[in-house]
Design a protein. Structure first.
Length: 116
């Protein structure tokens, strides 16, 4: 299951991750139902996938192509989901702050990669 969780954490692609790990989707869902440690590991993989999409959002923001990526962010990062009310006022400020944070993480990763 480690191969599945690692691949899913990098890509956010569920069925591609099943194939990569050579497992069926039923095993995954059974483990989610029965294994608390697996649920926690899958939640962590989802967090990593969300972080990766957040980093991509920075790149797309510079290119002006945010709509599809925001849909992915809403799926993986609850803080991007519509909450109604006064939240709409703060959305652009919050997204800008998160995008800058993701950009900084991306720069740090790129520096670490170039140092290796």
């Amino acid at each position: 299951m480690r191969v599945f969780l690692d691949h899913y954490g990098r890509t956010g692609r569920l069925y591609e991750s099943f194939e990569k790990a050579g497992i069926g989707h039923n095993l995954h869902y059974r483990r989610l139902d029965l294994d608390e440690a697996y649920r926690a590991a899958f939640a962590e993989a989802q967090r990593r996938a969300g972080d990766a999409f957040e980093d991509l959002a920075v790149n797309y923001a510079y290119e002006g192509e945010m709509q599809a990526l925001l849909a992915l962010l809403k799926k993986f990062k609850p803080e991007y989901r519509d909450r109604g009310g006064d939240v709409q006022i703060n959305v652009s400020i919050e997204i800008s702050e998160r995008l800058e944070s993701a950009r900084q993480r991306l720069i740090e990763i790129q520096r670490a990669d170039s140092d290796e």
